[in-house]
Ligand binder design. Structure first.
Ligand code: DAH
Length: 340
């Protein structure tokens, strides 16, 4: 590098434009304007000149200094701009990409049916109760007039648990929601008007049975509750549930140990794609005097009805599902259809 003021500007210009970053520009600046830079040593050299010469040379060097500073500033601005656009390019996001969205959960069709059942029965004055899925065999069977060794116990294939409760009673997964009749009635004074939806368990598995399934129990006990009330309540429920008045209901004699008389409730659509077929929809009956006694009530005073319906069955009919197992396979293609 020469120390002549004339070439210094050119040299600085080259050196600055060679600098490709702000930090290398700082290094380049030091070569000219730093303590040991060329311009500084030129200024130092002024001391040896006579006053006239010094003034002239001094003015010339100052001019050069200003030019170099201006060049430096121009290059600095360029580099700042360049670094900014590099960063913008590196951090660019494609705002035209579709968003990832959130995974929104949905309500299971059986739970949807459950919610409908609850709101319909609430609207006609029924309480909604919830109880244990692990039950003792007194509440699940004995209290419901299903004595030990009675063949009716084997109507339900039961999951027993290898444990007893605090009273020494065998424990099992409840085979129906009917024990909730006993639990609720023993804790409330009549009139008793309640439904108890929930999970139930049996050793059973095919296209229409699953080892875990849902039932809704209904119980209405008063001093004058009759089969006519059962028919009125249940028909109203079905018409609300299926949102049509084009359906009829019939009672077919049946047997349950906890009701006498007992009935199967069948329904038939009188219009629409499923019209004309009787469909079995629920068990029901007038609560057996022995069961009323196990409620802690006097069967001479208190009378009423009970029913127990399968929620999957109701959901299948409402949504046109033909295989019960699809409810429990967790296939989102199936489940998504119920949450559009
Ligand atoms: N618990 C019966 C079952 O699971 C259903 C049932 C029938 C419930 C008649 C009732 C009833 O309350 O009165 O098969």
């Amino acid at each position: 590098m020469t120390n002549s003021p004339d070439t210094l500007v050119k040299e600085a210009e080259t050196s600055f434009s060679d600098a490709n970053s702000l930090s290398s520009l700082e290094d380049a600046k030091a070569k000219f304007l730093g303590k040991r830079g060329s311009l500084t040593s030129l200024l130092k050299g002024l001391g040896g000149l006579d006053p006239d010469e010094r003034r002239k040379r001094g003015a010339q060097i100052n001019l050069v200094k200003q030019e170099i500073e201006a060049l430096l500033e121009r290059r600095r601005k360029e580099l700042v701009q360049q670094e900014l656009s590099n960063r913008l390019a590196a951090e660019a996001i494609d705002v035209t990409l579709p968003g990832r969205g959130y995974g929104v959960g949905g309500i299971h069709p059986v739970v949807k049916a459950w919610q409908r059942v609850e709101s319909i029965f609430r609207s006609i004055g029924f309480d909604v109760a919830d109880g244990p899925e692990i039950e003792n065999d007194w509440t699940n069977f004995t209290a419901l007039n299903n004595p030990e060794n009675h063949p009716a116990r084997s109507m339900q294939d039961t999951f027993y648990i290898d444990m007893k409760d605090e009273k020494g009673l065998p424990l099992l997964l409840r085979t129906h929601t009917s024990p909730m009749q006993v639990r609720y009635a023993r804790m409330h004074k009549p009139p008793i008007k309640v439904i108890a939806p929930g999970k139930t368990y049996r050793v059973d598995s095919d296209a229409t049975h699953s080892p875990m399934f849902h039932q809704v129990e209904g119980l209405w006990i008063g001093t004058d509750i009759s089969f006519a009330d059962l028919k009125g309540v249940y028909t109203h429920f079905l018409r609300e549930f299926f949102e049509t008045s084009n359906l009829v209901v019939r009672f077919r004699p049946s047997f349950f140990p906890f009701t006498e008389p007992s009935a199967e409730i069948d329904m038939m659509f009188t219009e629409g794609p499923n019209k004309g077929n009787w469909l079995e929809i629920s068990g029901a009956g007038q609560v057996h005097p022995t069961v009323i006694r196990n409620f802690g009530l006097d069967p001479e005073l208190h009378i009423g009805f009970a029913f127990g319906s399968g929620l999957e069955r109701l959901a299948m009919l409402r949504y046109g599902v033909t295989d019960l197992r699809t409810f429990f396979e967790g296939d989102l293609r199936f489940l998504k259809q119920f949450n559009k």
